[in-house]
Design a protein. Structure first.
Length: 349
């Protein structure tokens, strides 16, 4: 293996750098700081001669990195721009478009199904197959962590423009205890949880929801605390995709995720299950209907303030969890899903 990757214990060294990157990324509120952290991780692990990051959101954004990982501006004249655009247009199901023609380049993308970010990295030497594979794995981890962190920062900034008030709420003692349990997880578990994030919205994905919510659910059952599951579905996503295109559909998903996240406390577990479906688990809420009222109020506020070619609308269902009835968290999710569809049918008539 290349001398820049091969160390006394290369895998452990890589994990230490990636774990440090993940912690620092999710502690910063500054996108440029996030990019700088990613650049330094690339420089420390791989010693490239340069790199280019392409971010596809409402527009295509280009970020360059020098050999030391420092961030600088970039445009279509960057030497790696064409290789990056080729990867955006020619991805396979794994999110990597095969070895580029230039043996000195490696390109990775995230997410695999519809790339929102592509990272192209260059060296001053040719890379053999084994080195290329190792570099692809490391760069994929760096890109996924960076994209997830940038997504969360973007979500927060947009939400602050819409609702000019502080989102954080004082958590109850049971919720604070659950959050403290999560903070005390070992570093390996912390790294694993960071990988359970939906890149498009910055919320937890399906696995992330059940990993985190199951822990809090068990605490609530043991303490016999009130809790609730809320299931929501975006109204009219297929119509927006058909009429305005999938970019507009992705924007609608992000907008709905922001409004849904804003309707809960920081200690609540909020997730995008996939497609147009969201779910949340909240502790100590003895007035569950108040959550639905908050969602409706926040949707109304968002649609009044934001200019969009569509209206953000959610159908939602909520079910209280009885700590004595023996049902699983998955059972409550299904019940909340059924109530959501009942709400959707009622609103359609």
């Amino acid at each position: 293996m290349d001398t820049h990757v091969k160390q006394h214990d290369p895998e452990a060294a890589q994990w230490r750098v990636l774990l440090a990157l993940s912690r620092e990324l999710f502690q910063t509120d500054d996108p440029r700081n996030s990019l700088g952290l990613a650049g330094r991780a690339m420089a420390d692990l791989l010693r490239p001669s340069g790199a280019l990051l392409l971010l596809r959101n409402h527009r295509l954004e280009l970020i360059g990195f020098d050999s030391l990982g420092a961030v600088h501006g970039a445009d279509a004249g960057h030497r790696l721009y064409r290789a990056g655009m080729d990867r955006l247009c020619a991805l396979d199901g794994a999110g990597v478009a095969g070895p580029p023609a230039d043996p000195r380049l490696v390109a990775v993308a995230a997410p695999a199904h519809d790339a929102l970010a592509v990272l192209v990295v260059a060296w001053d030497r040719d890379l053999d197959g084994a080195v290329r594979g190792a570099y692809q794995r490391i760069l994929t981890s760096i890109l996924e962590l960076t994209a997830g962190a940038l997504g969360k920062i973007e979500a927060r900034l947009v939400l602050e423009q819409v609702i000019m008030e502080q989102r954080a709420h004082i958590a109850s003692s049971a919720a604070a205890h659950a959050a403290e349990l999560l903070r005390r997880d070992e570093s390996a578990a912390e790294m694993r949880l960071l990988s359970l994030t939906d890149v498009l919205t910055g919320l937890y994905n399906r696995r992330g929801f059940f990993v985190l919510a199951e822990r809090v659910f068990k605490v609530a059952r043991r303490k016999r605390s009130h809790s609730a599951v809320i299931f929501a579905d975006i109204d009219g996503l297929k119509r927006i995709n058909d009429a305005l295109g999938h970019d507009a559909g992705d924007c609608l998903i992000r907008d709905a995720a922001l409004v849904f996240r804003q309707s809960f406390r920081q200690a609540d577990v909020v997730s995008r299950l996939g497609g147009d479906e969201f779910v949340a688990y909240t502790l100590d809420d003895d007035r569950p209907d108040a959550i639905l009222e908050r969602i409706r109020a926040n949707l109304h506020a968002f649609n009044l303030v934001q200019e969009r070619p569509y209206t953000v609308a959610l159908s939602a269902g909520i079910v209280q969890c009885d700590p004595m009835d023996g049902q699983t968290l998955a059972d409550y999710v299904l019940l909340a899903d059924e109530r959501m569809y009942a709400d959707k049918r009622q609103r359609m008539h």
